[in-house]
Design a binder for this molecule. Structure first.
Ligand code: FAD
Length: 106
């Protein structure tokens, strides 16, 4: 349904942007905070089948909050899992900062 798509598009925008602006060298408190956010997110995302699969996926590959790079890469792979499930193209995770932080180089 359209809602799941609109919600998804806007949610990925928020999540990837949060990861792109996460510190390169996070403090312990910032790591904890980001972990808590994703835990709560995965319990409250308002699309039940999305949420259930996302919970399973992150149980298999736990969040990596070590750095901006690590978190962004982890999230890109999670999004690619969903892309795969929906028959969408895989996103090249080396382009994640170009897409969500800096914009295309020219
Ligand atoms: P989106 O997938 O929303 O992507 C938006 C933009 O992000 C793209 O245009 C691209 O520029 C960029 N992008 C794409 N892939 C990546 C990546 N791997 N890393 C970084 N950037 C990327 N929909 C369902 O029908 N079933 C589900 O089970 C489902 N589960 C979801 C789980 C979560 C946690 C979320 C947030 C969304 C889920 N959705 C699900 C919604 C789905 O992922 C899409 O958001 C929706 O189908 C709209 O797709 P889109 O083609 O507009 O692009």
């Amino acid at each position: 349904p359209a809602d799941v798509e609109t919600l998804g598009r806007h949610t990925w925008t928020l999540l990837h942007t949060m990861a792109a602006y996460y510190p390169q060298k996070p403090e312990p408190q910032q790591k904890e905070s980001m972990k808590s956010f994703f835990k709560a997110f995965s319990e409250n995302y308002p699309c039940w089948f999305c949420k259930n699969d996302f919970q399973k996926d992150i149980a298999e590959e736990p969040i990596n909050v070590a750095s901006r790079e690590a978190l962004s890469e982890w999230l890109c792979r999670r999004h690619n899992k969903v892309n795969e499930k929906l028959g969408k193209k895989q996103f090249d995770c080396t382009k994640v900062f170009e897409r969500w932080l800096t914009g295309p180089a020219n």
